[in-house]
Design a protein around this ligand. Structure first.
Ligand code: ADP
Ligand code: MG
Length: 319
């Protein structure tokens, strides 16, 4: 199977999509912007051995490669429109490609977006996706908008992906059923796309949690020039994580990565509006802290005691 057969077989689909004038096949895709909207673009790369294990189910990998990109659009409150796929493959393995494209397109279809181009080359397994989305002019949610006094919220639950990683690393043991549950969180994250869009005009700032809550909330604090307190015992987590020792719960919830939940801030007067915005998509949102003028991040337990924190989020270039 040659390069062009591979593209045709696994990635070209006979489907027209609103806004896509021309998809795969020419030197460029041609997209028609919606009047009044701004275009939001984001890229995320997944490298074997770094972001995923070689043993992962290719269907889940296809899902996750797109999910982590959609999560960035969600964080900005953008509606997904199209994506491109740059793929380096060691070999043209048909079983792998059909599983991968199945997972990829199932999620693409769920969000009504088209694959409009890409690049395919032989090499160590590497998946790089670029997503394009739209938001009404000036309405994108940014990291820089947090204001002193804002509530801090997180969607869904935190820490399961990290818990799964610890099991894969052999540092923890879970029952088969519990492991399946946290493994699913790690391998099949659900990007919070409808929530992100519903928060436009309500939230002041947002970020998605890819590297861990502390680090990603830290981006909001830094870009907004503010500080925060977090009520550590309010962090939402699964029953599986809740059953772990406190130190593991805190480490996974505060510093675990790969959650792809949204952290966002909104004025306290918007509490009802935040809950209303979250409802249609059935996404739970939890109030976990407050933006303060004093710079830095303070972690408080249920008794209001300040916890020392040595948690750091994931950084590819830190040892
Ligand atoms: P060029 O050499 O002009 O960059 P290619 O010959 O690499 O283009 O690709 C041919 C067409 O197939 C282009 O439209 C490109 O966008 C598309 N394409 C290549 N690889 C992929 C892929 N993995 N997924 C989707 N489209 C792809
Ligand atoms: Mg060309």
């Amino acid at each position: 199977m040659g390069e062009f057969d591979l593209i045709k077989r696994f990635f070209v689909r006979e489907q027209s999509q609103a806004g896509v004038v021309l998809g795969i096949g020419d030197d460029c895709a041609v997209l028609a912007p919606t009047p009044g909207m701004q275009c939001l673009v984001s890229t995320d790369m997944l490298v074997e051995g770094r972001h995923f294990l070689s043993t992962v189910d290719p269907e889940r990998l296809g899902h996750k490669a797109l999910a982590v990109n959609l999560s960035d659009l969600a964080a900005c409150g953008a509606a997904p429109r199209a994506f491109t796929l740059a793929l380096a493959l060691p070999r043209a393995d048909e079983t792998w490609l059909s599983g991968f494209s199945r997972g990829l397109f199932a999620l693409a279809d769920a969000h009504g977006i088209a694959l409009v181009g890409g690049d395919t080359t032989q090499g160590p397994l590497n998946i790089s996706i670029t997503v394009m989305g739209e938001a009404p002019a000036g309405m994108a949610l940014l990291r820089s908008g947090a204001r002193v006094g804002d509530d801090i919220y997180v969607s869904g639950q935190l820490g399961d992906a990290r818990l799964a990683l610890e099991v894969f690393r052999g540092k923890l043991a879970l029952s088969g059923e519990q492991f399946e549950q946290v493994r699913r969180a790690m391998e099949c994250p659900q990007p919070r796309v409808p929530l992100g869009q519903a928060l436009r005009g309500i939230a002041h700032s947002a970020v998605d949690v890819s590297d861990g809550l502390i680090g990603d909330l830290g981006h909001i604090l830094q870009r907004s020039g503010v500080g925060a307190r977090l009520d550590v015992d309010l962090l939402p987590c699964s029953a599986v994580l809740a059953a772990q020792a406190q130190a593991i719960r805190r480490e996974c919830g505060l510093a675990g990565g790969d959650d792809y939940e949204l952290v966002f801030t909104a004025a306290p007067e918007q509490r009802a509006a935040v809950l209303r915005a979250a409802e249609p998509s059935g996404t739970p949102v939890t109030l976990i802290g407050r933006i303060e003028a004093e710079l830095g991040l303070r972690l408080l337990d249920a008794q209001g005691q300040v916890l020392p924190h040595q948690f750091s989020s994931f950084d590819h270039f830190k040892s």
